[in-house]
Design a protein around this ligand. Structure first.
Ligand code: FE2
Length: 420
């Protein structure tokens, strides 16, 4: 029996449309004014994200491959290029909120214009052209998914800095299931293969498959919770230099940090700003929005340590995860672990800080041209995070996926898993 399937280009067009429309769904609850502000330099205005991810397709797919393509606007490459020096000058990152023009409606028109022309290109292109452009189109879609995650975290930050503390969506208060004590699952020592193998998409930073020799270790079967982190705070963890890396201690002292980002003490009770507004801290949910320094200090206080990125990948090979709380859940907040002692929350909920610097794998090389600027030039002074978060699309994450942020960053969904 044969099954009817759509031709490859029709499948690609459908996938393209689905991912592009998801970006707009994420922005749908926003007011136009929400889409322009940039309360800190790491955060980009949602309008900018929507235009920039569109520019990526125009610059790298339509201009080289669709004959006679006219750009939507001659200045948009200057306005919406992020960091590609090969492409030319651009609005500086910290100035993105100055772009009150073009208006939001023009950005939506830009998105439609580019979508229609991608559809035209995929329908018209011959096999040779398709073979050449498909990997770049795929990179554009993966890039769009990365910006979807940034949109979620940037929207949360933008709303949190508004004195009205508006909710992104409303939800009735829920209660988490009773928490079981964490257990530590053994991962046998040995030689593990690290890096991406197989035919599916991966970023260049996952290539350079190599073997790593690991000692026996044990890994916590779930993420560290708010309640466990609160115990560290109440034990004076933020004030005790013994637990901190020197840079982390300097950061904590100079910024008077006492708690994770979005925690707020009101009348002796801890509240937390979430995507559904300000609510009492739920002790069983995973602690999130912490820096690498805070994760490391907590681990040190707990008498444990963080995993290396290689240990994380080995643990994921030994304990393949079944499910995760990803972007598709629509919650945009981590959820409590379920009762049970198996491996939990390895994927989704929170990105997990590892104690591994973001370095190239053996044999790493950058692609020629502008797209060679995608990952390689950021391999300095950043730490690797693994496993995806509640803002990551499920189809975007892999065992070998390497995310990276500077160790002081707190606005992503970042949490702690311990090793011993
Ligand atoms: Fe980008």
């Amino acid at each position: 029996m044969s099954t009817l399937t759509a031709p490859p280009t029709q499948q690609q067009i459908k996938r393209f449309e689905q991912i592009r429309s998801q970006t707009e769904s994420i922005c749908a609850p926003l007011e136009p004014e929400d889409t322009v502000v940039q309360p800190m330099v790491d955060v980009s205005p949602p309008k900018w994200h929507m235009a920039h991810s569109t520019w990526f397709f125009e610059q790298f797919v339509l201009q080289p491959y669709l004959k006679g393509y006219q750009v939507f606007h001659p200045s948009y490459a200057f306005l919406f290029n992020s960091y590609y020096n090969t492409v030319g000058n651009r609005v500086q990152r910290a100035e993105r909120s100055t772009l009150t023009r073009p208006p939001l409606r023009d950005v939506y028109a830009y998105r439609r214009h580019v979508n229609e022309h991608i559809g035209e290109l995929l329908t018209k292109a011959n096999e040779e052209t398709l073979a050449e452009l498909m990997p770049i189109l795929e990179l554009g879609l993966q890039h769009e998914q990365q910006h979807q995650e940034l949109l979620v975290t940037d929207i949360k930050y933008i709303l949190s800095t508004n004195p009205l503390l508006p909710a992104y969506y409303t939800q009735n208060p829920s209660s988490s299931p009773a928490l079981e004590a964490a257990t530590f699952l053994e991962v046998p020592g040995g030689v593990y293969t690290i890096g991406h193998t197989g035919d599916g998409f991966c970023f260049d930073n996952e290539l350079g498959v190599h073997e790593v020799l690991l000692n026996d270790f044990s890994v916590m079967n779930r993420l560290v919770t708010n309640g466990e982190y609160l115990a560290f705070m109440q034990a004076g963890g933020y004030d005790d230099f013994r637990f901190w890396l020197d840079e982390g201690l300097a950061l904590v002292r100079s910024n008077n940090l006492k708690a994770p980002l979005y925690w707020l003490e009101q009348d002796g009770e801890w509240m937390v700003f979430t995507m559904h507004g300000l609510e009492p801290l739920e002790l069983n949910k995973p602690v999130t929005h912490i820096s690498f320094y805070e994760a490391q200090a907590y681990a040190s206080w707990a008498g444990k340590r963080l995993l290396t990125e290689f240990e994380w990948e080995a643990a994921a090979q030994v304990y393949p995860p079944a499910t995760g709380n990803f972007q598709e859940s629509g919650l945009f907040e981590p959820t409590a672990a379920q009762p049970g002692t198996g491996m939990q929350q390895l994927y989704g909920d929170n990105w997990e800080w590892t104690y591994s610097a973001y370095h190239p794998y053996p044999g790493f090389s950058t692609a020629p041209g502008a797209l060679g600027e995608y990952n390689g030039k950021f391999m300095i002074n950043q730490m690797v995070l693994r496993g995806g978060s509640c803002a990551t699309p499920a189809s975007h994450i892999r065992t070998t996926y390497r995310n990276f942020f500077h160790p002081d960053k707190r606005w992503q969904y970042t949490g702690i898993r311990l090793a011993e």
